[in-house]
Design a protein around this ligand. Sequence first.
Ligand SMILES: [Zn+2]
Ligand SMILES: [Zn+2]
Length: 363
Amino acid sequence: MLITAPVLVKPREPMQMLDLELDDPGFGEVRVRMVASGVCHSCLHAADGSHVGIPMPIVLGDEGSGVVDAVGPGCRSLSPGDHVIISWAPDCGSCRPCCLGYPALCLNNPPVGRMGDGRTRFHYQGEDVYHYGPATYGPYIVVPEEAAVSIRKDFPLDLAALIGCSVTTGFGAVVNTAGVRSGQSVAVIGCGGVGLNAVQGAAATGAYPIIGVDVVDSKLEYARHFGATHTINSRAEDLIDAITALTGEGVDYSIVAVGSTTAMEQGLAILAKQGIEVILGLPGTGETFAVDPFLMMQGERKILGSRYGSGNPMVEFPKMIELAMAGRLNIDELVTRRYDLDEADEAFRALAAGEQARGLIVF
Ligand SMILES: [Zn+2]
Ligand SMILES: [Zn+2]
C-alpha cells in the first residue's frame, strides 16, 4: 500500500511529507487505518534531538486510535472493522514481567525503530523508514495484534487516541503505581497532557489536597478544571514554602509528569515523611538529578518510576473508556487543538511552547 506520512529525516528540521510503501500485515499483525493521533512529548524528544539513538528517517507517533483495515495470517483477536487504541508497548506474553501481569515491562521489546522481526514496514524508494513505536502519524500502520486493543464502538474514536499514552500514563501513575488512597495529599508537578490525567487520577481516588504545580498559569487553570484543589506557580512562588503552607509537613505523593530534572529534585524535597515520589516524565538522554540520602533515610521517603501507568493496556484501555463514558474521566476537554497531518511540526512547536493540554492530529 502507498501512504503519505510525515517523516522526520533529521532532528530540528521540519518533517517531510513523503510517499511511503507500507508492507502488508505479516503473521500475527494487523493493518490499522488511523483516525487520530495525539502529539506526545516523547516524540518531541526525537524531533528536537534531546533523545539520542533514534534511527532516522522515522515516522513518529506513540498515541493513536483507528479501525482495523486488514489482518495478517494467524491473527486471533481482531477483525476488520474493529475499533482499536494503539499501545506503544506490544508484549511477548511469555517473559517473567508479562506473566506477572506487567506487560509494559516486557523483556522482549522490539528493537528501537523496528518491528519484532528486526525489519521495518515502511520503505521510501527502496530504503527502510523506521517506526517510532507504533508510528501513529502514519495514516495506515502495521502493528502486532498485541499493540491494537479493541474497544467498544460507541465511544468517539478520535478522543480514544489519547488513552493510548497520556491518559493511561498519568491516571495509572496515581491509581496503580502510587496506589493513592482517599484523603492523602498529592502534588502533580507538570500539568501538561500527562499531568492533567494524573490530576484526574488523584481526583478519582478521593485524594486531598490535589496540588497542581507548573510554571505556566494557563496550565494551572487546566489543572483546576480537571480536579486540582490548589495550584502553585513554581516560578512565581517558592515551591517548598507553598507546599508547607498548604500541607504542614509536605505531600504524601509527588507525581512528576514533566521531563525536568529540577522538577524531579523538587518532587523529593516536598515529600512528607514516608512520602513517595513517582517519576513518569522523561528528561533528555543521560540527564540525572541529585538525591540526598539523608532526606530519604530520615523520612523513609521513596522514589518510584512509572511506565505506562503500571497497568496492562488490554485491561486499562477499555477501563478508561468506561470511566469516560460514565463521566468520571474527562477526555474531550484535554484536546486543546486539532491538527491536519501536515501540521505536525506546528503541533510540536505549540507543545514545546506549553500552549496546550494535548494536540490531536485528526486524519
Ligand atoms: Zn507518549
Ligand atoms: Zn514479555
